[in-house]
Design a protein around this ligand. Structure first.
Ligand code: CTP
Length: 398
């Protein structure tokens, strides 16, 4: 991890913490500029490792040549924040600083996270350097908009550590879904009763979101169609928010012809009120009766229009012993390539949980259990299984 001399340098400490939390073994390089903002001791205390500075570059100790050793050590490099002058030195190949020298000496993928004043970011010199660095396969994560430390408003802020960590993870992930377009639905739908009330369910959208992220990490182009979610959707996922089953039906129908894979992880309401009352329904003396009508079965309808090379994945929320039988029935009835079933009677799996245990039923007869794990891990394993069982269909079109 390289830190250069910008006010966002203090955020690099949070990034270091996050990378360590997800299991990364991090070595930090501070440029002279960074040392003016934050002390090497901060990073040394957090990483419990020696932090490398310009002094180590100029006077290597005990035969340890920092830029070549660190270049060999790293499986990935992130520079956060990356200043305009650092970008200029890297573009011109000026290896006088320890960080530029290390980056030039490494074969590892590099993620650059520029952060600076908005006018500097928009200056032609920076634009040209960024274009050149991108053409050399450096990954550049553009800064976020908002109010900057200098008081100006516009793009220039260092993105949040979580976003940087996701982009870094993508550099390390297999790009086995590169070139694939994936449509994922997630979360519940809301069927309005009146202006303020609705029928919905307890889906959090976490499983769908974990799948969307896994596909993105592995190189796919992802579109997330989602009902109302309480979880934050990362900015790198393209999204189409919807409310009702009917709206989801329309959007999925519109997008399905252009995708390679559809994953229906949404908990779509099966019924919707026949009539939506205008305004707020007043309390009645006795019981209130209203009629529900069936919503379209999005998955069944779309799957019937599947063309060769397209893969359709459904989900099934089932109860206890009936799970395999019901999953196999839905797999066939809805013409799916794969159905992912989970048991909603268990408290650690399914709705509103961080973890899941799922059973995969493929159209080719293969059946697989993915034991209890965080939803991110389950998503990753679903992608592995999908590639293993349906790789031929997926590569047929490519
Ligand atoms: N699904 C859908 N449209 C609906 C209802 C469900 O596309 N109107 C999709 C879900 O997104 C899921 C799959 O169908 O991928 C199975 O959903 P599930 O609720 O388990 O099955 P249903 O067919 O609705 O049957 P039941 O609720 O009776 O078990």
């Amino acid at each position: 991890m390289g830190v250069t001399g910008g006010i966002a340098a203090y955020k690099a400490a949070a990034l270091l913490r996050l990378l360590q939390k997800v299991g990364a073994n991090v070595r930090v390089i501070l440029t002279e500029g960074a040392e003016a903002f934050i002390s090497p001791l901060t990073f040394e205390a957090l990483s419990q490792e020696k932090v490398f500075t310009q002094a180590d570059f100029l006077k290597p100790q005990g035969g340890f040549i920092p830029h070549t050793e660190l270049a060999r050590f790293a499986e990935a490099v992130v520079v956060a924040p990356a200043t305009a002058s650092f970008l200029a030195s890297l573009t011109s190949g000026d290896a006088q600083s320890i960080l530029v020298a290390t980056i030039m000496a490494t074969k590892a993928p590099v993620l650059l996270c520029p952060a600076m004043n908005v006018n500097m970011w928009e200056h032609p010199a920076v634009k040209e350097n960024i274009a050149k660095l991108r053409s050399w396969s450096y990954e550049v994560l553009a800064p976020c908009g908002g109010e900057l430390a200098c008081g100006d408003v516009g793009p220039g802020r260092l993105p949040e550590p979580e976003l940087i960590a996701d982009f870094l993870a993508r550099l390390l992930a297999p790009a086995d879904y590169q070139g694939k377009k994936v449509l994922i639905t997630a979360g519940p739908t809301r069927e309005p009763i009146d202006a303020v009330r609705f029928i919905s369910n307890r889906s959090s959208g976490k499983m769908g979101l974990a799948l969307a992220k896994a596909f993105w990490l592995r190189g796919a182009e992802v579109m997330l169609v989602h009902g109302p979610l309480s979880v934050k959707i990362p900015s790198y996922l393209s999204q189409r928010p919807v409310e009702t089953a009917q709206e989801m039906y329309q959007v999925v129908n519109e997008l399905f012809p252009g995708v390679d894979i559809l994953v229906m992880a949404a908990a779509v309401a099966d019924y919707t009120p026949v009539k939506t009352f205008s305004g707020k329904l007043k309390k009645k003396e006795k019981e209130l009766v209203f009629t529900l009508k069936k919503t379209p079965d999005i998955l069944a309808e779309v799957s019937a229009k599947k063309r060769p090379g397209q893969v359709v994945v459904g989900f099934a929320a089932e109860e206890g012993e009936k799970l395999p039988e019901e999953a196999r029935r839905k797999l066939k009835a809805k013409h799916l390539d794969l159905i992912v079933a989970n048991d909603i009677t268990r408290c650690e799996t399914g709705f509103e949980t961080e973890t899941n245990e799922v059973f995969l039923f493929f159209a080719n007869g293969k059946e697989l259990k993915l034991p209890l794990a965080p939803k991110e891990k389950i998503a990753w394993q679903i992608l592995d299984a999908l590639k293993e069982q349906l790789g031929e269909i997926l590569s047929a079109k490519a």
